[in-house]
Design a protein around this ligand. Structure first.
Ligand code: FAD
Ligand code: SF4
Length: 500
């Protein structure tokens, strides 16, 4: 979607494209000169998942190859080093993080409006203006009307806005959903070169990674991304809704799209994904509940999270409403590389992150985030960990999702109550507990489930802070009735940060 900014000479400038601006919509016209920078310092600053480093480099290098002479592709240590070598006048599409935004503005570069979202900052500010609470549900309905998605005139298709009741079922009594494997790319010589470079840099001690660099599973080109979208719409979307929140140990993908890496690299636009899903509903290829569930994610949650990132004050990053200060243990940071974790749910999810750099939203929220919340891990450190360990992790998506939604560090902007839950939730929504040494119903003793015990210990620790939250009244009343509260709290104090 070309921008109106293309008029008036802006397109005469060479456009500096970041590694998450790889789709055609980031150019004002197809022949616009481009600058691409591969900075090694970006990879050195953090201990990223190796598959993430692979994806970013592969995406940049594929784009450089596609653009040929049109692109000036510089492989350097720092951005500054590259920019000092470029003589052409440059501009940028607004980067996706505050830090990069400050950087390009400090360099005096003209900044064009973002191109990988359907909501501008001004539109969100207008919507938010005068509202007491910025509820996602209200935002999502506004998006549906404004963008004319899944609407029959002024009414939502099918007469209902929300199919959560039909969706979010427990998993079936089977090892997998039985769907075809998600779309997979065929690696090429660019991937081979990336892998060889990463091996060499690691050997030379220039960078260090977590996780495994298995065969690349996410798209890095527009053509690949379109194939992955088409595959999802045909094979997974029809099943998306009912099992959206369910987890199966042998089926990490379930019916999820696995398109977040492609969306976040700018290879797909959320509107085209939503429109493709709506077309499947209109043609009878996918049921309404699944299509509504998917739209809720891709033009509801994703746009909401993006907008919140720019809307909240700068101190959001350092908020810590529950005063959680524990550091993350090495077994977690290393994605349980040494196999120390006994808890079946947590060890399975950490293995999936190690192998894929990805799990769907419920393992992120209810297995990883929930554990960190219960143990009182520092929300900023956890946010940094998610950013590093996930192939789709970027600053804009991490802050609201991790600091806000999962850790309640913002005191309730993203969620009215903390997403803390005991083993009963995981038991209901997964098949993990059957194969576990712990028992989700037991809270004290050798078979006590660390999530069940952790849940009560979390409430015990935060009882004063949460007392004013009406939605926590019932759980806190339950806590006050626990006969073994003292023994449980002591048990969890002794467990500390040891691998559960
Ligand atoms: C603690 C936590 C951390 C997360 N970290 C990330 C992250 O680093 N990057 C990321 O893209 N998403 C993140 N999410 C949101 C969500 O988990 C992923 O977008 C989703 O699991 C990606 O898999 P998918 O493409 O199969 O998604 P699907 O289930 O197929 O959903 C469709 C699309 O909706 C979008 N989406 C849905 N929920 C969100 C959300 N809360 N925030 C942003 N986009 C959303 C994604 O683009 C996704 O591709 C996080 C959620 C939580 C609770
Ligand atoms: S019993 Fe507890 S630790 Fe084990 S899989 Fe179930 S929830 Fe996870």
């Amino acid at each position: 979607m070309p921008s109106s900014e293309a008029a008036g000479g802006a397109c005469a400038r060479r456009r500096w494209l970041f590694a998450d601006q790889l789709g055609p919509q980031f150019l004002d016209h197809p022949d616009q000169p481009v600058l691409l920078i591969e900075s090694q310092q970006v990879l050195r600053r953090r201990r990223f998942h190796r598959a993430k480093a692979h994806l970013l480099l592969s995406g940049l290098r594929h784009r450089a190859r596609e653009l040929g002479q049109q692109a000036l592709f510089l492989r350097v240590d720092t951005y500054d080093e590259a920019l000092d070598r470029v003589e052409d006048a440059l501009d940028v599409v607004q980067p996706t993080s505050w830090a990069a935004d400050r950087f390009v503005r400090a360099r005096g570069l003209p900044v064009r409006t973002p191109r990988s979202f359907a909501t501008t900052r001004e539109q969100f500010a207008d919507w938010a203006d005068g509202r007491q609470r910025l509820l996602m549900e209200d935002f999502y309905r506004w998006q549906r009307v404004r963008l004319d998605l899944l609407m029959d005139g002024d009414e939502p298709a099918g007469g209902r806005w929300n199919y959560d009741h039909d969706n979010r079922e427990p998993p079936p009594k089977a090892a997998t959903l039985g769907l075809p494997e998600p779309w997979r790319p065929v690696e090429d010589e660019v991937d081979a070169e990336v892998r060889a470079d990463l091996d060499r840099w690691e050997r030379d001690g220039l960078v260090s990674f977590v996780g495994e660099d298995r065969p690349r599973w996410a798209p890095v080109t527009r053509a690949e991304a379109l194939q992955a979208l088409e595959h999802f719409i045909e094979h997974r979307l029809p099943q998306f809704g009912p099992t959206e929140d369910a987890m199966l140990a042998a089926d990490p993908w379930m019916a999820h799209s696995a398109l977040s890496p492609a969306l976040n690299l700018g290879l797909l636009h959320p509107l085209e994904c939503a429109q493709a899903a709506e077309a499947a509903y209109r043609s009878g290829a996918a049921p309404l509940a699944s299509v509504e569930g998917y739209l809720r994610q891709v033009v509801g949650w994703r746009e909401y999270v993006w907008s919140i990132y720019w809307h909240v004050p700068p101190d959001y990053r350092s908020r810590n409403a529950l005063h959680a200060t524990r550091d993350l243990p090495e077994w977690f940071r290393s994605l349980d590389a040494a196999g120390e974790v006994t808890a079946h749910c947590l060890s399975s999810v950490l293995r999936e992150v190690r192998e894929l750099g990805w799990v769907h939203h419920i393992p992120r929220l209810m297995v990883l985030g929930n554990y960190a919340l219960q143990r009182g891990w520092d929300p900023a450190a956890l946010t940094a960990w998610f950013h590093e360990a996930f192939v789709d992790g970027y600053d804009w998506v991490m802050l609201p999702n991790v600091t806000g939604m999962s850790q309640h560090a913002d005191g309730g902007l993203m969620a009215t109550k903390p997403y803390a839950a005991g083993g009963a939730y995981i038991h209901r929504m997964s098949d993990y507990c059957g194969g576990c040494a712990y028992d989700p119903k037991v809270r004290v003793g050798p078979t006590a489930c660390p999530y069940t015990a952790g849940y009560w210990a979390f409430l015990d620790r935060n009882v004063d802070t949460l007392a004013g939250n009406g939605r926590m009244r019932q759980p806190l009343a339950g806590l006050s009735r626990l006969r073994d509260r003292e023994a449980l709290v002591e048990q969890e104090r002794l467990r500390g940060n040891a691998a559960p």
